[in-house]
Design a protein around this ligand. Sequence first.
Ligand code: NAD
Ligand code: UFG
Length: 411
Amino acid sequence: MKIMVTGGAGYVGSHALLKLLGANHEVAVFDNFSNSSPDVLERVRKLAGANFRIYRGDIRNTAYLEQSFAEFQPDAVMHFAGLKSIGASNDQPLDYYSQNVTGSIEVLKVMQRHDCRHMVFSSSATVYGECGDLPCDENHSLQPTNPYGRTKYFVEEIIRDWTTSWRDASAVLLRYFNPVGADPSGQIGEDGTDTPNNLTPHIARVAAGLSDRLNIYGGDYDTIDGTGERDYIHVDDLAQAHLAALDYAGQRTGCEAINIGTGLGTSVLEMIAAMEQASGRHVPYVVVPRRSGDVARSVATVDKAERLLNWTAKQGISNMCKTAWDWQTGQHAGKRGLKPQRLIVCDERKSAILETRTLGIEKPRTSSLTAGNAINVDVLCQVSVKPKRTSVIEGWHPRVLQRHAQQAHPD
Ligand code: NAD
Ligand code: UFG
């Protein structure tokens, strides 16, 4: 098939692009590089050993979009282009509505004018809002809690109406949960020009010594350890889901929304522990107040993806962290990279220094530290070095401390 990939130079788009080329689809990328770089596409070309056209432009530039469709004549669109920060959407809602909603309408109109009938759309678990204790299946009510989530919700509805009005058309709305990790080649990964707001790139920066500590947004949620729980999905699995969705859309009409996750929840503390394991470095953290717009728990029900797409996630948290760490510190790290990390191990009152250590810029493969018994000099929090004892730290939720102590001193 001939596929137009909007936003194909971005994080998820570049991984899907690689899969599409690997499956011998003919591909063109339409991207304005507002949050990516053309270099990414060069690397994808080399990795895939296949060529593709690139259209550099904004999806709201109707004339140029029209020209690209007239030249390339795609059968289907994978529509990744858009803005994606929940926090920024609270500050600039109109920009989010313009790029995500107006932009998507332009794409749909051009598709119809060029008889391009199939769409795979990057939607988000954010459309659900709080799932609470209910299973987060595709029939769950849609109550997004922020402007970004509402743009995804509106575009879903618009696409649904489009497939209802144009009976030859089909669409799959992929509701991603939390994409993380990178291609195992280390050549592509999450490389936006914006400062990352998401958890995993932040944890990787702290582990790499580029930030002093991680702020954990809230330790008093009703979750396994008080910190936010999410369904993290390896970007490689997510890219594979796009191929399955394309096959599905290509054989039918109508519109389906499908969750893409693993069905498993991971808390922020568990993610920190996994990154410490993958990197062999320490991730100092402090618990700060909740972030506005965040939900306690967001975990997918994944039966529909298995049933309709014959797709399930294959990779777990440790591989997500390993590939994210390799990307953080690898050949194309650019502004990411790795710095020596200075740690002080002290007693629980912080009255005596027991040992100082410097972790160099070599990449240790196994964890040389016991989580919880070392602190960065700048970090104000500490957990007991004595097994089974936890120091009381003002402002910390007891479950967070308990959880950390258990991780530090498992029986
Ligand atoms: P990304 O920012 O890395 O990629 C988006 C790409 O689209 C970039 O290359 C950017 O330059 C391009 N782009 C943005 N606005 C454009 C415009 N107006 N015209 C043309 N190109 C434009 O984001 P990503 O993480 O790869 O996400 C891809 C899609 O998946 C987005 O729609 C996002 O909302 C959605 N999504 C992402 C996540 C996530 O956590 N990464 C989760 C759920 C849904
Ligand atoms: N978190 C921290 N500290 C940080 C960053 C995040 O504690 O520095 C916590 C959050 O509070 C949350 C969890 O880590 O509990 C995950 O946060 P992310 O920002 O990584 O992800 P979100 O679930 O908030 O949102 C992400 C994407 C959205 C997407 C959504 C669902 O940012 O674009 O997943 O797919 F819509």
